[in-house]
Design a protein around this ligand. Sequence first.
Ligand SMILES: O=C(O)CCC(=O)C(=O)O
Ligand SMILES: [Fe+2]
Length: 367
Amino acid sequence: MGSNTDEDVADEDQNVPTFVASLPVPNVQEMVRQNRLEVPERYIRNEEEMPKSTRITHLSAEIPIIDLRLLSDGQEEELKKLDMACKEWGFFQVVNHGVAKEVLRNMKEAAAEFFNLLLEEKNKFSMASDDIQGYGHAYVVSEEQKLDWSDTLILLIYPSKFRRHKFWPTTPEKFKEIIEAYTSEVQRVAEELLGSISSIMGLDKDILHSMHRELMQALRVNYYPTCSKPDLVLGISPHSDTSTISILLQEDDIDGLQIRHDEEWVPVGPIPNALVVNIGDVIEIWSDGKYKSIEHRAVTNENKARISFASFLFPHDDVEIEPLDHMIDSSRPSGMYNKVTYGDYLRQSMKRRMQGKAHTQMAKNET
Ligand SMILES: O=C(O)CCC(=O)C(=O)O
Ligand SMILES: [Fe+2]
């Protein structure tokens, strides 16, 4: 991994995985550009989903902050904190991760420049009708469902043989290199984190990584335009991630991400240059529910568009996922989840709209 010597070989390769396509929906940024005040009915949430108050609460300050250097050095305190974070929050912020500020800044600036292009320029990279790589929307499966107040750019990054370069924006000119620089660092951070998560699960450090067969990474860049009525819409619907772990870069000065904790929505206040990490469904299943893949959503605001970068780390399609024997409670010897083939799990989830914990529910062992 990490090499880019096989540049462009993947595009026509039959073995490049494809994902379930989304129905076509309007471009939200363009809609706002044309009429800043309009909020069409399809975006207005039912009463119970409306975000209403989006302010930082006292709980925001309790979301764990983890020092990656200490963690990767195996420092006991930091490993304990990670264990608590995975059990009680499913989310934590990572500092001291070693990704250069310049790499983060370049990524943010390049993405902002891309989204500021005219629609017809961006549409040169729009998703094909049978897949979700490129610029467009994901998880829209019916004409009736409420729509998210966002547009997105999705790229499969690793292994690099799976890249589909025709979807990689060419404006700004250096965008490809900038994505490469950022995502290769994310891959390193992910490998370090998987090592530490292996340790707290009582496994040798390299086990979780090797269980992926190939450690895949997809990048989803979310663009949330401003909204004149942010209390009525959601930038991204509540969902848990189908990944093993996800690593998110967000703006330093715009709130948006909220996570479900003790039945409340808790905003994750940005820490400049930190990365937000969450446990995905795969670890929830491997750990038989001890480590939680927590529901989260994004809200919008009236004043400033927000861009976030979500990297999803996940296993090869053929990998079978099931609770690890030693993580299963003796009181429930068959475990909480059935065995699933990851590729099936992922594609099944994409046939549904994003809906809270519906995906892991599907794998639940009801006996
Ligand atoms: O924009 C955010 O803060 C959250 C994005 C997210 O959850 C996702 O892309 O899966
Ligand atoms: Fe997510």
